[in-house]
Design a protein around this ligand. Structure first.
Ligand SMILES: [Zn+2]
Length: 309
């Protein structure tokens, strides 16, 4: 029985190893190499210590093969060895092949995908817990930084900001919402000050969204579908400058998109009262106003969704 299990284990691990290799395989389209790159990658040369451009790189990302773009190392495995070449204590599974060096005593490392020379690997030096140092020529690699999440902002005012935020919080691609005040004459206003009607601020929701998951246009449609944009000087029972329908645009594309939709609404027979203004500073409202309906488990009294587009 034990023997069978062993066979199964060997077969299974062979498959796993093959799969790991397969996943790392890139189509073999090789990048053209400069003379200096070829001297190291093809002819197994070594760049001068402390000269490589990736030696002191501390950004998060992936180190890939300069010749074939296969991923080799992750930034979290890079460490400072003071030896003059980028050092890693681990490779991406299956990405690096070890071969006995022609010098008879060192172990050479090559890209498992294209065979390009990377450097040498040393064990037992006790630099890190993994006790391994991949000593890699900078010139054999390229660095691909991790993508930072893209974020864009939009500012919508449609009456009481509790109701405005309520719908955007639930919208696809929205990362964060904050309610606050925009467009007034004083700095950092309080709710009480805004409610006096003398500061000129408008209750506004700041929407932070991922432009790869939604668009300003989608958000704008939701804006129009969740308030009475024909009402002048307020929203529902909330009357005053503070409750006006306003879009504060942050760039020309947003401005043109709002103009386009105001025209679309007019063509549909509506009389949009929405004002279009460039975005001034946004002042966050007090904590108790944030995500109000979710905290109170309630629903808006005048922001009712109706399909228009
Ligand atoms: Zn390669």
């Amino acid at each position: 029985m034990k023997k069978y299990l062993l066979i199964i284990w060997v077969v299974a691990s062979t498959f796993t190893a093959c799969n790991a290799q397969e996943n790392n395989k890139k189509p073999m389209k090789l990048n053209k190499l400069s003379t200096q790159e070829a001297a190291v990658i093809l002819h197994k040369g070594t760049e001068r210590p402390f000269t490589g451009e990736l030696l002191n790189n501390k950004d998060t990302g992936t180190y890939v093969c300069r010749q074939c773009d296969a991923a080799l190392y992750r930034s979290e495995d890079k460490f400072e060895s003071h030896c003059g070449w980028p050092s890693f204590d681990d490779e991406i599974a299956g990405a690096v092949k070890r071969v006995p060096d022609a010098d008879g005593y060192r172990v050479e490392i090559v890209c498992a995908n294209c065979g390009g020379h990377l450097g040498h690997v040393f064990e037992g030096e006790r630099f890190t817990a993994k006790n391994t140092r991949h000593c890699v020529n900078s010139i054999s690699m390229k660095f691909i930084p991790d993508k930072k999440q893209k974020m864009e902002k939009a500012y919508f005012a449609s009456g009481c900001f509790w109701g405005t935020e309520y719908h955007f919080m639930k919208a696809n691609g929205v990362l964060e919402t904050t309610v606050g005040y925009m467009g007034g004459r004083t700095q950092s206003p309080t709710y009480k000050e805004v409610c006096t009607g003398t500061t000129g601020h408008v209750e506004t929701a700041e929407i932070v969204y991922d432009p790869t998951k939604t668009t300003f246009e989608e958000l704008l449609k939701l804006y129009y579908e969740t308030h009475d944009f024909e009402q002048v000087g307020g929203q529902g029972p909330d009357i005053g400058e503070q409750y006006q329908s306003v879009v504060f645009y942050v760039n020309d594309e947003q401005k043109q998109m709002v103009e386009k939709y105001i025209q679309i609404l007019k063509d549909k027979g509506y009389k949009p009262a929405t004002e279009l203004r460039p975005a001034p500073e946004f002042w966050s409202a007090e904590d108790y106003h944030q995500e109000y309906y979710d905290k109170k488990n309630g629903t808006p009294y005048c922001h009712i969704y109706r399909k228009i587009f």
